[in-house]
Write a protein that binds this ligand. Structure first.
Ligand SMILES: O=C(O)CCC(=O)C(=O)O
Ligand SMILES: [Fe+2]
Length: 168
């Protein structure tokens, strides 16, 4: 929902304003190299991960608060499991705006070309981690390019130990 600053009227807007494309593992050898590097730095298996999603936000581009793990009508859920982790790679700097924010933990990540952020969406006990609510703030000046890799739970059983604790 957006509020017009002059009239005060509310109107709805797209929850995500960006353009995106999926790059499959077969697309180019550089994707293979990237997958290997992501596996090396996270210790996670990329074989069951989703294809790389590249997104571009122009001025005003944004993504409202959401959980990456909340998948609806996902045909892969049964055999690949949920989105256990997100790897978000910044492919550009942004002159003004475009931060990734986690409101519940007070984190504000400013895009920096060549950097990446990794987080687990699902706790070791299998429950979704509510602290992972996040959003992409509007781009005010410049253009924001990111690549997303969503790692699935299946395949990580011996890489990330599970837990019986109700809180972790
Ligand atoms: O672009 C960002 O900063 C966040 C993107 C995101 O949360 C998503 O694509 O799921
Ligand atoms: Fe997200």
């Amino acid at each position: 929902m957006v509020i017009d600053p002059i009239t005060g009227n509310k109107y709805s807007t797209e929850s995500r304003v960006s353009k995106s494309a999926w790059l499959t593992d077969e697309e180019d050898p550089v994707i293979d190299k990237l997958n290997q590097r992501l596996s090396d730095v996270t210790g996670l298996d990329m074989a069951t991960a989703e294809s790389l999603q590249v997104a571009n936000y122009g001025i005003g581009g944004q993504y409202e608060p959401h959980f990456d793990s909340k998948l609806v009508d996902d045909p892969d859920l049964a055999h690949k499991g949920g989105r256990i982790a997100t790897i978000l790679i910044y492919m550009s700097d942004v002159k003004l705006g475009g931060s990734t924010v986690f409101p519940d933990i007070g984190a504000d990540l400013k895009p920096q070309k060549g950097s990446a952020v990794v987080w687990y969406n699902i706790l070791r006990n299998g429950l979704e981690d509510d602290r992972t609510l996040h959003a992409a703030c509007p781009v005010f000046v410049g253009s924001k390019w990111v690549a997303n890799k969503w790692v699935r739970a299946r395949g990580q059983e011996f890489r990330r130990r599970c837990s019986l604790s109700p809180t972790e």
